[in-house]
Design a protein around this ligand. Structure first.
Ligand SMILES: *[C@@H]1O[C@H](CO)[C@@H](O)[C@H](O)[C@H]1NC(C)=O
Ligand SMILES: *[C@@H]1O[C@H](CO)[C@@H](O)[C@H](O)[C@H]1NC(C)=O
Ligand SMILES: *[C@@H]1O[C@H](CO)[C@@H](O)[C@H](O)[C@H]1NC(C)=O
Ligand SMILES: *[C@@H]1O[C@H](CO)[C@@H](O)[C@H](O)[C@H]1NC(C)=O
Ligand SMILES: *[C@@H]1O[C@H](CO)[C@@H](O)[C@H](O)[C@H]1NC(C)=O
Ligand SMILES: *[C@@H]1O[C@H](CO)[C@@H](O)[C@H](O)[C@H]1NC(C)=O
Length: 530
């Protein structure tokens, strides 16, 4: 810590005796002492990250910087300016605040020790003084109760990873288009009271409602199956091994206390979902379909169920059996206290490492299906993957169509996985336009990645941790999955392996060591390719 303070300490030791009452006088009258050059060189040797330690050191500017720093530190009532300068506090000082803001050379070299900057209640006018944002390490910036106007430079916030308070309340800024995603979600809304920026709460609400309606609709589309007649063959079904998975209407009735409304979990067009307990005590989820289907449709339904009950993997929902009675058609799966990925992302704002763990789990389930059950298709939408304990994702919607060519289907599913990954790591809300659809979303990520990938991230990830490098690597995998030619080179096992590796790196606090490793591995993937 001591070395961080060196520049300021040095300045004070130099100037302590000679400082006069006003910063203007000192800037006009004082000259660098003869050994100033070597003092600066020594400081930079100790701590090269000091902002004035560039290739060319403008001694004159650096000297002026130290004068302003000395005055500002004292004006900000820091207890001992020789040792600490951690806040700039010019609250309610309208006479001197604009003056200090005008010293560009000070902000350019902003001392690394500063944590908080408070210019509230100063009647400041005009645009937001962007030079202040050069203090990229700041944790709190307060410009509330001023008369600032124009656009606030939201894009500059991406690099200010430690900033948790940005108080712009009581100003006259122009309304900010990005407010919902960038500003509102990262900072507490009490930062923007009467600021003019006004976070667009409405669009957030619309989105949430949209997703909540989308969820039940997905449930309806489950296991696209068709109806027919049911047979009451309870005894037979219990005794014949092949029919072990066959449930009758009366068995389901018994499990749900006669389809009581207390057991009804969800009701939507054509599908009822009950929670039930089987005779052996197993808690199950019973999806009942009311639509009529043809005989042929029913034959297919049974055929598909016969496959589903054989799936065994920790990342696939467990299917216990089905009912194909005259009265009703149903699928019985294991009960999980389910939360869809979609809700998890919206409501919990999980950290990057948890997102990576979930993605690796999804890929593990996919590897299993493609190896052992290539005829089974599945849905990778965030609303149809559910989370069980220990962040194990469960693929829970299966379908049987369109899996004729294995190579082609692998491509399709890797592509879907890429979309899922990008949806989980980047911030779709930042596109501003929810209507743009999946294609628009992908195109947006693809085109913005090279120039500005940090801006794509879900802001809420960055606050939780400094795992930028892992996030970038994950996005790269997502992009490779959705890219037609790169996709072919990718082996599913490899994707899973790399995701686990990035996940592990993100569990260490400073994940920097993985940077080189990942790039190295990427070159190796061709060896593992299909
Ligand atoms: C300051 O010192 C460096 C070497 O430490 C030297 O290259 C540079 O010319 C000096 N500048 C001035 C203005 O004396
Ligand atoms: C530092 O601030 C105190 C008041 O907090 C003031 O009396 C003193 O003159 C200041 N010193 C300098 C060198 O500006
Ligand atoms: C703002 O500053 C003025 C002095 O300039 C002071 O009288 C007033 O109480 C301050 N208001 C707030 C809300 O801090
Ligand atoms: C954010 O804070 C951490 C921990 O205090 C520090 O290591 C990191 O350098 C800071 N980031 C920036 C951009 O200053
Ligand atoms: C903002 O944060 C404060 C404490 O930091 C809390 O009391 C307040 O409820 C929060 N407001 C909102 C809208 O989240
Ligand atoms: C921002 O400033 C306003 C007005 O001074 C205050 O009411 C609010 O609590 C502040 N918010 C935060 C997060 O500090």
């Amino acid at each position: 810590m001591a070395s961080l303070l060196l520049p300021i300490a040095a300045a004070f030791l130099l100037l302590r005796v000679i400082l006069s009452a006003t910063v203007i006088d000192d800037l006009r009258n004082l000259r660098p002492p003869p050994d100033f050059n070597s003092t600066i060189a020594r400081n930079c040797h100790h701590n090269p990250s000091l902002r004035y330690c560039g290739n060319s050191r403008p001694l004159d500017e650096i000297f002026k910087f130290t004068i302003v720093a000395s005055h500002l530190c004292n004006e900000s009532r820091n207890p001992n300016c020789v040792e600490s300068f951690d806040k700039i506090d010019l609250r309610g000082r309208p006479k001197i605040a604009p003056l200090y803001l005008s010293f560009d050379f000070f902000w350019k070299f902003c001392p690394l020790t500063i944590r908080s900057i408070d210019f509230s209640n100063n009647s400041l006018r005009g645009e937001f003084p962007t030079s202040v944002l050069a203090c990229a390490q700041a944790e709190a910036i307060d410009f509330s109760h001023n008369e600032l106007s124009g656009d606030f430079p939201v894009e500059r916030l991406a690099s200010m990873v430690n900033l948790t308070v940005l108080n712009l309340s009581y100003n006259h800024f122009s309304e900010c288009k990005l407010s919902e995603s960038l500003v509102f979600r990262r900072f507490n809304s009490s930062n923007f009271v009467h600021s003019g920026l006004i976070p667009n709460k409405q669009s957030f609400a619309v989105k949430a409602v949209f997703l909540m309606i989308g969820l039940p609709v997905m449930v309806i589309l489950t296991v696209g199956f068709i109806a027919m007649m049911c047979f009451r063959r309870r005894n037979l079904s219990l005794e014949t091994p092949q029919l072990r998975h066959h449930f009758t209407t009366s068995m389901l009735k018994a499990a749900t206390s006669g389809f009581s409304s207390e057991n009804l979990e969800e009701k939507s067009d054509g599908v009822d979902i009950y929670r039930g307990i089987l005779r052996d005590g197993t808690h199950v989820r019973i999806e009942i379909y009311w639509s009529n289907i043809s005989t042929e449709g029913m034959r297919k339904f049974i055929e598909e169920c016969e496959v589903l009950v054989q799936l065994r993997h920790k990342n696939l929902v467990r299917v216990f059996g089905w009912c194909d009675d005259q009265e009703l058609r149903a699928i019985v799966t294991k009960w999980t206290d389910r939360e869809s990925l979609e809700m998890w992302l919206i409501e919990r704002a999980p950290p990057l490492k948890h997102r990576l763990k979930v993605l690796a789990g999804v890929m593990e389930g996919m590897c299993y299906l493609h190896k052992s059950w290539p005829q089974v298709g599945y849905d990778l939408g965030t609303s149809s993957i559910i989370l069980s304990e220990n962040l194990e994702p469960l693929i829970s919607r299966f379908e049987f169509d369109g899996r004729n060519s294995s190579a082609k289907s692998k491509f399709v599913y890797k592509h879907k996985f890429g979309v899922l990954l990008l949806e989980m790591i980047t911030d779709r809300g930042k596109m501003g336009d929810v209507e743009a659809g999946k294609a628009g979303f992908i195109e947006h990520i693809r085109t913005s990645f090279t120039a500005n990938w940090q801006n794509l991230l879900d802001e809420r990830i960055m606050i939780a941790s400094t795992t930028m490098e892992q996030a970038r690597q994950a996005i790269e995998i997502g992009l490779a999955c959705i890219d037609h030619s790169a996709n072919e080179q990718l082996n599913m096992d490899w994707i899973r392996h790399i995701l686990l590796r990035i996940y592990r790196a993100s569990c260490h606090v400073n994940g920097s060591p993985t940077h080189g490793r990942f790039d190295g591995d990427r070159d190796k993937r061709h060896k593992h390719g299909p």
